[in-house]
Design a protein around this ligand. Structure first.
Ligand code: ZN
Length: 286
C-alpha cells in the first residue's frame, strides 16, 4: 500500500506538473470509484484548473478553482500515471507488475487536460477512490486523521499520551492507527520499530516512556529517509516510465525474512501482528 512517503512523492511531483492545468474531460470506466457520483465529480472538476495539491495522511487533496476539492485515495493498489503532452511518463503509488503502458486493463479513470496531458488512475483491486467535497467540508475530513508526523502538534509528549490510551493493543497496531499518527502503513511501521529496537507485538502498556521516545524519533527518521528516497518501489517492479523509489534498497527489516539482521546478524523473522505480515529481529527488538 502506498504510505506517506509514496503519497508525499506523488504530491510533490504533481505540484510541479499539474498545477495550472485545465481539466477538459473525465473518462470513467468504473463509476464505483467515484464519490458521491460520477455526475457530481464531473460537474465539480470539468472546466476547472488545478491550483495546488496537498497531502493529509495517505490522502491527496486537489485544490481547484471554484467551490470544490477533489480527494484521491490510492488505498491498497492505486496508482497515478501522469502523461505529459510529450516526454516521459511519471508513475506514483502502487507498482503494477508486468504492465508498462497506459491506458491498460487497470485504468479506471482518466482526466484529459487542455494542454494534452493526461492523468490516469489505475487500480488492480479497486479499493481506491476519488471524491469531491465542498471546500468547507475539509475540516470534517481532516478531523478523521491524527497528527502529521512532521507537524508541530506531533510531539514526544502527545505521542506518549496517545499510547497511554491504548494500553492492551500491540505497538504495531497503534502505529497503523491513522488517529495516532497519520500516514504510516505496514512497511514503515516495521522499519520504525526496528530502528527503535521495539518488538512489534509488544503491548503498549508495557512500553516505557523511553521506548515511546525512541519510537517517536524512529518514525521521523524513517519517514524522512523514505521521502528522500522517493518512497518504496518493490524490486519486482520494472519501471520504464517514471523514476523509481529507492527506499526498498535501503530498507532495514521489511521484506527481509530469512536474511541477516543489519545490526546483530541474527535471522530476520516474519510473523503476523495486527493482522499484517510483520518483520523483526528477535535478538535486538525487545
Ligand atoms: Zn538484530
Amino acid at each position: 500500500m502506498p504510505e506517506l512517503p509514496e503519497v508525499e512523492t506523488i504530491k510533490n511531483d504533481l505540484n510541479k506538473l499539474a498545477r495550472g492545468q485545465l481539466i477538459l474531460r473525465l473518462e470513467v470506466r468504473k463509476p464505483k470509484l467515484l464519490k458521491p457520483s460520477t455526475k457530481a465529480v464531473r460537474w465539480a472538476i470539468v472546466g476547472k484548473v488545478i491550483k495546488q495539491i496537498e497531502r493529509r495522511g495517505k490522502l491527496l487533496i486537489f485544490y481547484l478553482n471554484g467551490e470544490h476539492l477533489l480527494l484521491m485515495h490510492l488505498k491498497m493498489t492505486g496508482q497515478i500515471v501522469w502523461q505529459p503532452p510529450r516526454g516521459r511518463f511519471l508513475t506514483g503509488g502502487h507498482p503494477i507488475v508486468g504492465v508498462s503502458s497506459v491506458p491498460n486493463r487497470f485504468t479506471h479513470l482518466t482526466i484529459y487536460f487542455k494542454s494534452g496531458a493526461r492523468l490516469y488512475f489505475n487500480d488492480v483491486r479497486q479499493f481506491g477512490y476519488w471524491q469531491v467535497i465542498a471546500k468547507k467540508e475539509l475540516p470534517k475530513i481532516y478531523s478523521k486523521f491524527g497528527p502529521e508526523p512532521f507537524s508541530l502538534e506531533f510531539t514526544r509528549e502527545s505521542f506518549w499520551q496517545s499510547l497511554k490510551k491504548r494500553g492492551r493493543t500491540t505497538i504495531k497496531a497503534v502505529l497503523l492507527d491513522q488517529k495516532v499518527v497519520a500516514g504510516i502503513g505496514n512497511i514503515y511501521a516495521d522499519e520504525s520499530l526496528f530502528l527503535a529496537r521495539v518488538r512489534p507485538s509488544k503491548r503498549v502498556s508495557t512500553l516505557s516512556k523511553n521506548n515511546a521516545g525512541d519510537i517517536y524519533k524512529a518514525i521521523k527518521v524513517i519517514l524522512a529517509r523514505a521521502i528522500k528516497a522517493r518512497g518504496t518501489s518493490f524490486n519486482s517492479y520494472v519501471d520504464g516510465q517514471g523514476r523509481k523509489g529507492t527506499y526498498w534498497e535501503k530498507r532495514l527489516v521489511y521484506g527481509r525474512r530469512g536474511e541477516k539482521c543489519k545490526r546483530c546478524r541474527n535471522i530476520i523473522l516474519k510473523t503476523l501482528v495486527a493482522g499484517r505480515g510483520t518483520h523483526y529481529c528477535a535478538r535486538c527488538q525487545k
